[in-house]
Design a protein. Structure first.
Length: 160
């Protein structure tokens, strides 16, 4: 059975408005997930970085997130106070610590239904597109991610 086709808009969508709406929706979704867990979106995303990259130093978290090391210290303090991470001595550098996520299994069990629901909804959307269209969409998202990362670096290098 061929994939269902979505009805194209009467006029071409404005990419700047679509990008803004997508960005807003993603940020507000993650803010809601974080609030559900009793933390900020920044704390939630830093936990995600620890899950993705493994235990890290604060400076590595700053590098991965784009936050200052001072901001990361505050985030780690709050996460540690809430029982989501612990600091361990860095065996390679006694001046730093390794931020180690804890209770990962329980946290994943808490958010699993949220992301399963999102996955089902996204699966319904992708079911409307054929393989060639999905490849084009994936290419668009990859290029968008690359542009966002490059623009982030440029912005950080700019003088105020």
């Amino acid at each position: 059975m061929p994939a269902k086709k979505s009805t194209p808009p009467a006029t071409a969508p404005r990419p700047d408005l679509m990008g803004r709406e997508l960005s807003d929706a993603v940020i507000f979704f993650h803010e809601a997930v974080a609030a559900h867990l009793g933390m900020s979106a920044a704390e939630w995303k830093c936990l995600g970085l620890l899950d993705q990259h493994g235990p890290s130093t604060a400076s590595r978290l700053a590098e991965l997130s784009g936050f200052t090391t001072g901001a990361i210290t505050g985030i780690v303090d709050r996460l540690e106070g809430a029982g989501y991470v612990r600091r361990e001595a860095n065996p390679n550098d006694r001046r730093s610590v390794i931020v180690q996520p804890v209770h990962v299994k329980e946290l994943k069990e808490t958010v699993l239904p949220i992301f399963q629901s999102l996955g089902r909804a996204m699966g319904e959307i992708t079911g409307h597109y054929n393989g060639r269209e999905l490849i084009a969409i994936a290419k668009f998202f990859r290029e968008t991610i690359d542009v966002l990362r490059a623009e982030t670096v440029k912005l950080k290098q700019r003088k105020r």
